[in-house]
Design a protein around this ligand. Structure first.
Ligand SMILES: Cc1cc2nc3c(=O)[nH]c(=O)nc-3n(C[C@H](O)[C@H](O)[C@H](O)COP(=O)(O)OP(=O)(O)OC[C@H]3O[C@@H](n4cnc5c(N)ncnc54)[C@H](O)[C@@H]3O)c2cc1C
Length: 526
């Protein structure tokens, strides 16, 4: 039988019996057949002993059952690993970081507690998926939009706690969070923000409450288990339209991003923008990759190729949401601003008025229209999954050039094939910064995965040497990434550890999450 680290088989058998008494036998899973379902389907440790396996999973239906589980876990010092819908693919899936942990699966807690149309917010439990919330809103005919990530089967709670991103103006998911209920390791129930006021009338409207604002402490963390969360929605806009802007020369990127930043930071263009390059895509299709590898073509050669093939060097689709008159004016103003760049070209993109009825199979930017779906899995070409290296860089053209060069050199030095460069150009998931999302394929080949892990770790270092850090990472690299956030002799990590030891002295909640280990396991981690 699989047992949690440091727990005897006898104690674990006792604990499982107590879990069963607390939440019902049918909600405690300990057979290998059941627990294997919680392994990471995209594991970079495929078929290796380091692939983390849960020893059991427990699925409570509410806060009281969670409190009972914590009591038992504290008695036997059993590590738990919390998931909401457990779809964290590319970042660890539903598998624990510490092998042998018991998965605390919150999928049964799937109540939609409130959706408020007037002030555009919802209060949900962790097991509510984006699909569930969308369906609820549609069935009730409410004029509010959700903001799903690309795969709609995840949860507003799990995704927001990971600080994930979507496509609409509400794309910064943790930024759209307002008010939580959290169960601490000692079983105490904390409500944050206005929720601390019994009978509060504005828990999901005003986020700060009184005193220190602690909500962020429960994101990407192991300080508590979130059992309710408020999220802000978007009032259904009257219209959406896209405008495509293209420039011809390499150096046009500097004013291009300057104008983009102005438009996005002013709220004139909203939603997630992807910087594209038809020219670099063409080069990639010829085997050359997107990154700026040493010994590659000169700028003059690339510009000549752009002319010969009639391809723009840089391109972006901007998104506008709002009243029809306003989005038209915003697009017009956008064109005015970009006209400062000689040779710039504009194209109208897709446009919709709401409510819209999309036909099944109809091509449409569903995620940008707040419609959850799973079509992304048909677009990404990876057989056994992928994992994402996702550093944040400044939203400037200079930073984009630097990142293409720095990662181009690193890829060449590490011998990574150019085809592994998908998404080497930046996205604007979060305000005022760009995120690069380099997808690395997972293989059913131990040697290839080992090499990929080495490359990944090296890229974390290379990024850090240039002042860039990841916004989120796979469980396999949480220590590596936490190691580079090292200002003042790791003052932030030391602070996290101080909190961890105070709030969760037995270290039962998600040991190792974001590089935070409880005291009793810290030394073993080095
Ligand atoms: C092809 C592809 C495309 C993707 N596109 C996107 C995208 O566009 N945007 C994006 O953000 N992500 C994306 N992802 C990553 C991932 O699939 C999503 O972020 C997904 O929503 C996360 O799964 P989840 O919502 O089920 O969270 P979960 O797996 O339930 O939770 C994620 C983590 O949060 C913590 N956690 C969860 N619930 C709680 C709780 N109640 N209390 C305390 N801690 C908790 C745990 O550490 C857990 O591991 C993509 C992945 C793939 C494979």
């Amino acid at each position: 039988m699989r047992v949690p680290p440091g727990v005897s088989e006898k104690d674990f058998v006792d604990a499982l019996k107590q879990f069963e008494a607390a939440i019902g036998k049918e909600w405690v899973f300990s057979s290998e057949e059941d627990t294997d379902l919680y392994r990471d389907a995209y594991s970079p440790f495929w078929n290796e002993p380091e692939d983390p396996v849960p020893s059991a999973a427990v699925a409570p239906d509410g806060v009281e059952q969670i409190q009972k589980i914590f009591k038992i876990a504290n008695t036997y010092k059993i590590p738990l690993w919390t998931i909401s819908t457990g779809r964290n693919l590319a970042y660890g899936g539903s598998a624990p970081l510490l092998s042998g942990s018991v998965v605390l699966d919150l999928k049964r807690m799937n109540r939609i507690l409130e959706v408020n149309e007037q002030n555009a917010y919802a209060l949900v439990e962790p097991g509510v998926s984006y699909f569930d919330l969308y369906k609820y809103i549609q069935e009730k005919g409410l004029k509010v939009w959700i903001d799903p990530p690309d795969p709609g089967w995840g949860s507003p709670v799990g995704n927001s706690l990971e600080r994930g991103g979507g496509r609409t103006p509400m794309r910064d998911h943790f930024g759209a969070q307002c008010g939580m209920e959290v169960v601490l390791a000692n079983g105490d129930i904390v409500r944050t923000g206005m929720g601390a006021l019994p009978g509060a009338k504005t828990w999901q409207q005003y986020r700060y409450g009184f005193g220190p604002y602690v909500d962020g402490m429960f994101s990407q963390s192991n300080f508590g288990v979130v059992t309710k969360m408020g999220i802000w929605l978007m009032p259904e806009p009257e219209a959406y339209r896209e405008g495509i802007v293209q420039v011809q020369k390499h150096d046009d990127l500097i004013p291009f991003v300057e104008i983009l930043s102005y438009l996005m930071n002013s709220g004139i263009s909203q939603g997630t923008m992807l910087l594209e390059s038809p020219l670099l895509d063409y080069r990639a299709s010829q085997g050359g990759g997107v990154l700026d590898a040493p010994g590659g073509p000169s700028v003059a050669e690339m510009e000549k190729l752009a002319r010969d093939k009639n391809l723009a060097y840089w391109s972006a689709t901007l998104h506008f949401y709002g009243p029809a008159k306003v989005v038209d004016s915003q697009w017009e103003y956008t064109q005015e601003k970009f006209s400062a760049i000689p040779g710039v070209q504009f194209k109208d993109g897709r446009a919709y008025r709401f409510p819209v009825e999309l036909k099944e199979g109809e091509e449409a930017p569903r995620v940008a229209l707040g419609i959850p779906n799973l079509s992304i899995f048909g677009l990404i070409q990876s057989t056994h999954g992928h994992m994402d290296f996702s550093p944040i860089i400044p939203m400037t053209g200079e930073a984009v050039f630097e990142s293409l060069k720095v990662f181009g050199e690193a890829y060449a030095e590490l011998g990574v094939p150019p085809k592994n460069q998908f998404f080497a150009l930046p996205w604007s998931f979060f305000p005022r910064s760009f995120v690069l999302i380099f997808g690395f394929p997972i293989e059913h080949d131990i040697e290839k995965n080992r090499k990929t892990r080495e490359v990944f770790k090296r890229l974390v270092q290379v990024a850090a040497e240039h002042g860039w850090g990841e916004y989120r990472t796979h469980t396999a690299f949480m220590k590596t990434v936490s190691d580079v956030y090292s200002f003042n002799n790791h003052a932030l990590r030391r602070f996290h550890e101080t909190l961890k030891d105070a709030i969760d002295p037995n270290g039962i909640l998600s040991p190792g999450k974001s590089g935070i280990w409880p005291k009793r396991m810290r030394e073993a981690q080095g």
